[in-house]
Design a protein around this ligand. Structure first.
Ligand code: AMP
Ligand code: GLY
Length: 425
C-alpha cells in the first residue's frame, strides 16, 4: 500500500518508523515531515491546509491511505474531504474531532452518557464567569473553549489567579478559542493517558502512558507540549483500564455513533485517577506527542493493519500486542522553549545515539547537506526500552549524553513518578 503521512513532529516520526516495519507498506510519503522522517519516507512540500492539493497528490501518486498525525487537519475536516474524494483516511471526521476541538462539546457528551468528569459551568459572559469563580473559590480550573495549542488551561490555586485567568480569556489571550470559557471543578489524583482505537462502533484498547507537561525538573516551570513520557503507566491497573473502557470510552463511542457522527481513529483520554475512580479530564482525537513515541516502541502488532481495521470497521477482529518492557522518551528541546528559542543550531552524534533498543525520534529538525539542524521547540525524542522504567530511563539518558547539541536542554527526571513506585514496590 502507498501511504501519505501528514505531520512533522516526533509523533509522526514514530508513526513512520512503525509503519515502515509493515510488510504491507510499499511506499511512504510524508508532508511536510522532518529530517528523521526523511530517512524512511519521501517528503513532499504540500500545504497541509490545502485539502485540494492533498487530494490531487493522492490521485497522482495512487495513495491508498492517508494517516493524519496532528489535530488541526482533523478539526479542519481533512478526513471528510478525502473520503468525499474516494480516498481512505485514518482519523476522525470534523464532527467527531470536536471531542478535541471543543471542551464544551465533550462536556455535553459526558452529560448525555453519564461519563465521570469534573463538574463544570460554561460562560460566554465575563461577569457571570467571575461571579461563578468567586462563589466556588479555589482551587478551580479555567479553560478557553477551543483549540489553544495546550495553553488555554489555567489550574488556579488561588481565587486571584482564577479571576485573572477568566479576565485574560475574555480579553482575547487565546484568540477565538477564548470566546467561551469552561470553568471546572479541580480534580485531585494522578494523571494518566489512555489510548484507544475506534472504527466508529468498536473500541480496541491500545496502551497507557504518562506525560511530563512542565518544562523543568520537579514538574516546575511553564506548560509545554510534553517533555517526556513513559508507557505503561503503573497507575492504570487492569481494573482501572476496564473501568475506563466501561464507564468512559464505550459510552463515548456509543453516543457519537447514535448522534450520527461516529468516532473513527485514535481516542486519547486524559484521565485523573481520583480517590473516587477514574475521571475524564479531556479527549484528544489523535496520538499524543511524545506518548506516541513510547507506544510505537512497545507495539508488536502491525500498525498498518490496525489503522486499516479502524478505517474499514474491522476492529472487532483486531488485537494489539505489546512488549512487556517499559519504554521511556526524553524530549530534547531548544534552549528557551516553550518561550522564544533559536532555530538552525547544529546537532551532532545522532547516529551513535540511536542503537541497542534506543530510537531517536526527530521532531523539529531539518537537514542541511550533511548537517542536521534544530528547526523547532521540541527537537528530539530519545526513546529507550527497558525491563523497568528505571532501566529504560538509564538507557535513554545514556543516549542523550552522546548527542552533541549545546543549544538543547532536557529534563533530567523523566519517569520519576513510576520509578518512585518501582522503588517502593
Ligand atoms: P487539558 O488541556 O484539559 O488537558 O488541561 C491541561 C492540564 O491541566 C491537564 O493535563 C491537567 O494537569 C490540568 N487539568 C485540567 N483540568 C483539570 C481539572 N479539572 N482538575 C485538575 N487538573 C486539571
Ligand atoms: N503530550 C500531550 C499531547 O500530545 O497532547
Amino acid at each position: 500500500m502507498k501511504l501519505l503521512l501528514i505531520g512533522s513532529g516526533g509523533r509522526e516520526h514514530a508513526l513512520a518508523w512503525a509503519l515502515a516495519k509493515s510488510p504491507g507498506l510499499t511506499k511512504l510519503y510524508a508532508a511536510p515531515g522532518n529530517a528523521g522522517i526523511a530517512e524512511i519516507a519521501e517528503l513532499t512540500s504540500l500545504n497541509v491546509e490545502d485539502h485540494g492539493a492533498i487530494i490531487d497528490f493522492c490521485h497522482a501518486m495512487d495513495v491508498d491511505l492517508v494517516v493524519i498525525g496532528p489535530e488541526a487537519p482533523l478539526v479542519a475536516g481533512l478526513v471528510d474531504d478525502l473520503e468525499e474524494a474516494g480516498i481512505k483516511a485514518f482519523g476522525p471526521s470534523r464532527a467527531a474531532a470536536q471531542l478535541e476541538g471543543s471542551k464544551a462539546f465533550t462536556k455535553g457528551v459526558c452529560d448525555e452518557a453519564g461519563i465521570p468528569t469534573a463538574g463544570y459551568g460554561r460562560f460566554s459572559d465575563v461577569e457571570a464567569a467571575l461571579a461563578h469563580v468567586r462563589e466556588t473559590g479555589a482551587p478551580i480550573v479555567v479553560k478557553a473553549d477551543g483549540l489553544a495549542a495546550g495553553k488555554g488551561v489555567v489550574v488556579a490555586m488561588t481565587l486571584e489567579e482564577a479571576e485573572q485567568a477568566v479576565t485574560a480569556c475574555f480579553e482575547g489571550s487565546f484568540g477565538a478559542a477564548g470566546a467561551e470559557v469552561v470553568i471546572e471543578e479541580f480534580l485531585e489524583g494522578e494523571e494518566a493517558s489512555f489510548f484507544v482505537l475506534s472504527d466508529g462502533t468498536n473500541a480496541l484498547a491500545l496502551a497507557t502512558a504518562q506525560d511530563h507537561k512542565r518544562a523543568h525538573d520537579g514538574d516546575q516551570g511553564p506548560n509545554t507540549g510534553g517533555m517526556g513520557a513513559y508507557s505503561p503507566a503503573p497507575v492504570m491497573t487492569d481494573a482501572v483500564i476496564s473501568e475506563v473502557m466501561r464507564r468512559i470510552i464505550e459510552p463515548t463511542i456509543k453516543t457519537l455513533a447514535e448522534r450520527g457522527t461516529p468516532f473513527k481513529g485514535v481516542l486519547f483520554a486524559g484521565l485523573m485517577i481520583t480517590g473516587d475512580g477514574p475521571k475524564l479530564i479531556e479527549y484528544n482525537t489523535r496520538f499524543g506527542d511524545p506518548e506516541c513515541q513510547v507506544l510505537m516502541m512497545r507495539l508488536e502488532s502491525d500498525l498498518l493493519d490496525l489503522l486499516l481495521a479502524s478505517v474499514e470497521g474491522r476492529l472487532d477482529q483486531a488485537t494489539a500486542d505489546w512488549r512487556d518492557e517499559a519504554a521511556l522518551t526524553v524530549v530534547m528541546a531548544a534552549g528557551g522553549y516553550p518561550g522564544s528559542y533559536e532555530k538552525g543550531t547544529e546537532i551532532r552524534g545522532l547516529t551513535a545515539a540511536g542503537k541497542d533498543d534506543v530510537a531517536v525520534f526527530h521532531a523539529g529538525t531539518k537537514r542541511d547537506g550533511d548537517r542536521i539542524l534544530a528547526n523547532g521547540g521540541r527537537v528530539l525524542g530519545v526513546t529507550a526500552l527497558g525491563a523497568t522504567v528505571r532501566e529504560a530511563r538509564e538507557r535513554a539518558y545514556a543516549s542523550v549524553k552522546t548527542i552533541d547539541w549545546p543549544d538543547g536542554f532536557c529534563r533530567s527526571d523523566i519517569g520519576w513518578r513510576a520509578i518512585e513506585r518501582e522503588t517502593e514496590g
